[in-house]
Design a protein around this ligand. Sequence first.
Ligand code: SF4
Ligand code: SF4
Length: 285
Amino acid sequence: MKQLVVVSGKGGTGKTSLTAALAGLGPKKVLADCDVDAADLHLVLHPEVLEKQDFYSGELPVRDPDRCTSCGLCLEHCRFGAISEDFRILPEHCEGCAVCAFVCPTGAVEMRRRHCGFQYRSKTRFGTMIHAELGTGQENSGKLVTSVRNAAMEQAQAEGADLVLVDGSPGVGCPVIASLTNTDAAVFVAEPTVSAIHDLKRVHALAKYFKIPGLAIINKTGINPGLEEEIRAFCAAEDIPVAGALPYDMAVTKAQILGQTIVEYDPNGLGRLVQDIWDTIAANL
Ligand code: SF4
Ligand code: SF4
């Protein structure tokens, strides 16, 4: 079984639309939406939730007001401004260091598992999807990404699937590292804009560091031929095969509005190009 991750660095390059389009092609697969901070693969794949799990990571203090004598030691020692003047815990600022529990003389503060969001196993028209939702203001999205990927691997093994297709996290931080590590190949989705090329280079450097081979897809061609050439030159210099290019086309937006992939909406236009892209990716996997 192979793991293929689609990444872009910069958001808005069409990464998720392409992941959804690829989801309908190729072998039996399990999908993993690792864009846990702003998941949107579900907007096209309309998952039917089969299972919902709580996701916990780290700890959060809980104060028992009945045992609190208002001595102020917790407020005095908290270095993160996470305790109010009336000694309430402010979760949005708390780093879970447990100093408040340590210094509290009455045992009024107890550290408990921190609820950070939910993880789902769902049915889609292209196979099982594992996805997640990080709670508002919650951190630890790297751990949630790892949890989603692990669950997707287990699901793929249980189903005898040949592929786990991962919609990777944006950026180059902890979540995208968690999306990339131990995958068999990365697909870099780039658009011909200055910021997208900058981020393509950063995410490619990250994949190279982890020795993950990559292919590129140039999306929205035609909007800036000069920058498109720059992407091709970078790929040539770094030995990154270009799996294909997709022109800027309003069909992508129309497909999104209808909740369809571009292969479903425009099978003989963009859909044919995506099929060619998939064939190139499969040949390189
Ligand atoms: S756990 Fe640490 S950061 Fe959170 S409230 Fe207590 S002392 Fe402050
Ligand atoms: S250290 Fe304990 S007793 Fe003192 S204010 Fe904080 S919670 Fe209350």
